[in-house]
Design a protein around this ligand. Structure first.
Ligand code: LLP
Length: 425
């Protein structure tokens, strides 16, 4: 991922800037994004899927610079709120390359999407059809897709599996809800159905679930063709491409995914006698995750009968993922070289609960002490975008590094920021 080591000094750096320098300049905790790595990952996708539209899933991480990089690299954007949408569009992101998702879109989400003229809105439930048609108006026209549940269990954790019939997103094929909703969409002339969408889940490391999804989605396309004479020009297979959080962990092989999905799609469409639809994919984690590093300062080291706790100045408010999904990270000592024998420690945060563990049972040099800097690699996705106000510590800043230079993208949330929202007594 983003960071590299200078073997001479044991000094870790990212984008040509030493992590110690970043910590001194921006304070800790701080999140650092390697701009070149984000751009490189966008290009890898475009290269692997030359005929597809690639939409970056903004929920993984969004700020104005991120929207700008993704735009410059020619990707589209998947948003799921008026907030993400407005931030992107006010940065100059072309609205026609934006897709709005959401299982419970608020009136404001829909109003903003229509006002800013997003490219497509993905319908997730039957009740949304009439609402959207009314908001578009009898003389308007809006491209829509429909989120379909193909009945596939895949993803790194139960909470991030969205391809099965028993979760809240989309409309299932197996019980006919998807077909029924599609018939209703076709009754609304101002809604132009361009294709089917599915998103199986997140942190998927094998190609197989995507191939099954292709078969089932083309199966549905065939039925729609038979019933309604419909030929849908687009097929969106969502995101979910898994990455390695620790050395040696498996990651989804993008080249294999691209090759096998393309082959499966051609084959399934040929069998069905349908033209091959334009493919859309929505990676979030695989673009932002490996491009980010979190830096923490060690505040306390405590030996108990059983464990050694290394406590840092961030925690579950900036990274809830270990607590939510049991994800394991591999923190490293940054800023100095240690020759001490490795020790097994548990890196914990500063929050007021015992579950605030960032990395349980990991190896760090035995002489780690307060004042040391710890770096957590692969921290670019679903950390800050899920950050909370817990214990009112304030959310960390985001800095970007590129060609040996660093700049602040998002400033630290100050006590004044927090206080300013508190308007009653
Ligand atoms: N498309 C849709 C419709 C989605 O709901 C998502 C993610 C994506 C694309 C992007 O998935 P990705 O490529 O990033 O896996 N907070 C969880 C992940 C939740 C994913 C939600 N939807 C985590 O930290 O693992």
């Amino acid at each position: 991922p983003a960071s590299t080591t200078d073997p001479a000094h044991g000094e870790l750096s990212v984008g040509g800037v030493a992590l110690t320098e970043l910590a001194d300049r921006f304070g800790t905790p701080v999140y650092v994004l390697d701009e070149a790595e984000v751009r490189e990952r966008c290009r890898t996708y475009r290269h692997a899927f030359p005929d597809a539209e690639i939409h970056y899933a903004a929920k993984a991480f969004l700020c104005r610079a991120m929207a700008h990089w993704v735009d410059e690299e020619g990707l589209g954007l998947d948003v799921c709120s008026a907030g993400e949408l407005e931030l992107a569009v006010t940065t100059g992101f072309p609205p026609e390359r934006i897709v709005l998702h959401g299982n419970a879109k608020s009136p404001r989400d829909l109003e903003t999407a229509l006002r800013l003229r997003v490219g497509r809105i993905v319908i997730d439930s039957p009740s949304e059809i009439a609402r959207l048609a009314a908001a578009v108006g009898p003389n308007g026209s809006q491209k829509v897709m429909i989120r379909v549940v193909p009945g596939i269990g895949a993803g790194g954790h139960e909470k991030i599996r969205t391809g099965t019939d028993d979760q809240k997103f989309g409309l299932s094929i197996s019980d006919g809800y998807a077909q029924h909703a599609i018939a209703r969409i076709l009754d609304q002339p101002q809604l132009r159905l361009t294709g089917l969408h599915c998103h199986l889940g997140s942190q998927i490391t094998g190609v197989k679930p995507y191939l099954v999804a292709v078969r089932r989605m083309v199966g549905l396309m065939l039925r729609l063709h038979e019933q309604h004479g419909l030929v849908l020009p687009e097929l969106d297979l969502g995101g979910g491409h898994g990455i390695a959080y620790r050395p040696g962990e498996p990651a989804l092989d993008l080249t294999a995914l691209a090759r096998r999905v393309r082959a499966e799609l051609s084959d399934a469409c040929a069998t069905a006698g349908l033209p091959v639809p334009r493919l859309i994919i929505e990676p979030g984690r695989a673009i932002a995750g490996p491009a980010g590093v979190a830096l923490y300062r060690v505040l306390a080291v405590k030996h108990t009968g059983e464990k050694v706790f290394v406590a840092v100045d961030g925690g579950m408010s900036d990274n809830p993922r270990p607590a939510l999904y049991g994800v394991r990270y591999a923190p490293v000592l940054a800023g100095r070289r240690s020759t001490a024998a490795p020790a097994r420690v548990t890196v914990v945060g500063r929050h007021c609960e015992a579950g605030d563990v960032l990395a349980a049972d990991v190896e760090l040099p035995g002489d780690v002490h307060p004042g040391d800097l710890l770096a957590v690699p692969v921290a670019g996705a679903y950390h800050l975008s899920m950050a909370s106000a817990y214990n009112l510590v304030g959310r960390p800043p985001v800095a970007a590094v590129r060609d040996g230079h660093a700049r602040l993208l998002v400033r630290r949330e100050s006590l004044a920021d927090i206080r300013s929202r508190d308007v009653g007594l």
